[in-house]
Design a protein around this ligand. Structure first.
Ligand SMILES: [Zn+2]
Length: 138
């Protein structure tokens, strides 16, 4: 949602996750202390952050502070499903692809260039953007 390329790992083993992270140059965010003891992490080949809090807002703060992400913050600029950039679409362009109620009430739309999912700036978008901005500033 904040516009950072992110992957929720759904594979079965830590080794697979580590291999993916290295191959895709990702940072692992984990609550698993075992991961932090892996040689690839302790020798600095793979960056990993051990998430400290149970509380989502504090987790976001920790990640942003640790990875110094503030300046790159662009809410809803990439697809939540596949991390690809979103492009603006006109109301007419999405007419057949969104629910009628959405079409009637929303004017700003974005489309994922890869999976073609349509996003609109509804109340959820507004609420999340406000929350994220508050998080970053707070
Ligand atoms: Zn997509």
């Amino acid at each position: 949602m904040m516009g950072y390329d992110a992957l929720f790992f759904e594979g079965s083993s830590d080794s697979e996750m580590i291999a993916t992270a290295i191959a895709e140059n990702r940072v692992i965010l984990t609550r698993d202390t075992q991961i932090m003891r892996r040689r690839v992490v302790t020798n600095g080949q793979l960056k990993a952050v051990l998430i400290q809090s149970d509380e989502p807002e504090q987790q976001v703060h920790q990640v942003m502070d640790t990875l110094k992400l503030d300046s790159q913050f662009q809410p809803f600029s990439i697809c939540l499903e596949c991390n690809q950039p979103l492009v603006e679409r006109s109301k007419e362009e999405v007419k057949e692809r969104v629910p009628p109620y959405v079409f009637q009430t929303q004017s700003q739309y974005m489309e994922c260039t890869a999976c073609h999912r349509i996003y609109w700036r509804g109340t959820h978008w507004q609420t999340m953007t406000r929350k994220l901005e508050h998080l970053v500033k707070g």
